[in-house]
Design a protein around this ligand. Structure first.
Ligand code: KIV
Ligand code: ZN
Length: 386
């Protein structure tokens, strides 16, 4: 039977940590609702202790989202865990995500802690978190550069203290896909009671390998993957959600895995994020770049016209790109306008549509072609966005 992979989205936490990607409360709520429509399993809403704004965002998302688990990050210290528990108190399905580094480099120079003290802290504080929340995830930061046997001991202790998910991050995007495959296999074979926890990975993209290492980890038995829309995140970013999900779907023959994601919401989610953070998606970006489904050379055009599959391994429709013959412009009527808003995912009240239609007509006087991008920007610029 196919294995279901949990998609843990950290666009609003690790993604937001990338330069120029910060979002305000309203923007985070819009993205969280879109992530719920995308059907991610877990939304990491923020790092509650980081700032009052972060706390407020986690609390608001926890209060609003009903169909996903909502997580808040915490260092493995009491005050962080308390802040996460408090911010998550109204969530239908809360998760405290707590982490401490396990590599010699981080323990020695950053934490200035002895390995044995790190293990004791895991015992004490994972237990503490578990007493505040039934769902606790433990991350061993810099796991891919940690001594394997020490890492296994840390994971064993976290599971014993009540963690139901153990996350193995490639924090600095250093591992190769083969190394991640090996590491996950080793953990599966050497951590006592590992079958009591979900094995997760969280891979960065410093060498451009974040998606490859995530897929290799899934192949080795990880059943949760942490990722962000458009691959935004610290430094060169995190593994891109849309690439992982579409790789699993398109190559189901190879991975034999499914996800809960509604892939027809992918394009809308990625473009909405790009607009909110003001960072364009590169044209050649896999899955959602403007060129991803275009064919320029004559040979390719001929092939695609004869049989689409010659040069297309997935369809634009499968990620929610809707071909539309109706051109919206100043002569368009309200019906066509409303219809397009619905196809873009906006279910708005009558009165909001009426106001937007007026703004749309003003825009048409300025712009010859009004694209879906323009329409989304128009809706986003109002307070009506769901
Ligand atoms: O990259 C990393 O190790 C992290 C952890 C906090 C999960 O973001
Ligand atoms: Zn990270």
């Amino acid at each position: 039977m196919s294995q279901q992979i949990k998609i843990f989205d950290t666009t609003l936490r690790d993604g937001e940590q990338s330069p120029g990607c910060s979002m305000n409360l309203n923007e985070k709520l819009k993205m969280a609702r879109q992530l719920e429509r995308l059907r991610v399993d877990i939304i990491e809403a923020g790092f509650a202790i980081a700032s009052p704004g972060d706390f407020e965002s986690v609390a608001a998302i926890a209060q609003t989202i009903k169909d996903c688990t909502v997580a808040s990050l915490s260092r493995l210290v009491k005050k962080d865990i308390d802040a996460s528990a408090e911010a998550l108190k109204n969530a239908v399905s809360p998760r405290i995500h707590t982490f401490i580094a396990t590599s010699d480099l981080h323990m020695r120079y950053k934490l200035k802690m002895k390995p044995e003290d790190v293990l004791s802290q895991i015992d004490e504080l994972v237990t503490y978190a578990r007493n505040l929340c039934p769902d606790v995830e433990f991350s061993a930061e810099d796991a891919s550069r940690s001594d394997r046997d020490f890492l296994c001991r840390a994971l064993e202790r976290a599971i014993r203290a009540g963690a139901s998910t153990v996350n193995i991050p490639d924090t600095v995007g250093y591992a190769t896909p083969e190394e991640m495959f090996d590491l996950i296999s080793y953990i599966k074979n050497n951590v006592p009671n590992i079958d009591k926890a979900t094995i997760s990975v969280h891979n960065h993209n410093d060498l451009g390998l974040g998606v490859a290492t995530s897929l290799a980890s899934i192949k080795a038995g990880a059943t949760q993957v942490e990722c962000t829309l458009n691959g935004i995140g610290e430094r060169a970013g995190n593994a891109a959600l849309e690439e992982i999900v579409m790789a699993l779907k398109t190559r189901r023959d190879f991975f034999d895995c499914t996800t809960r994601i509604d892939t027809t919401q992918i394009y809308r989610s990625c473009t909405r994020l790009a607009r909110i953070i003001g960072q364009d998606i590169p044209n050649n970006k896999a899955i959602v770049g403007a060129n991803a489904f275009l064919h320029e050379s004559g040979i390719h055009q001929h092939g695609v016209l004869a049989k689409r599959e010659t040069y297309e391994i997935m369809t634009p429709e499968s990620i929610g790109i809707v071909k539309n013959n109706i051109v919206l412009g100043k002569h368009s009527g309200r019906h066509a306008f409303e219809d397009r808003l619905v196809s873009l995912g906006y279910q708005l009240p009558e009165e909001a549509i009426a106001k937007l239609f007026e703004k749309f007509k003003v825009l048409c006087d300025r712009k010859k072609d009004v694209s879906d991008y323009d329409l989304e920007a128009l809706v986003e610029s109002t307070s009506h966005t769901p």
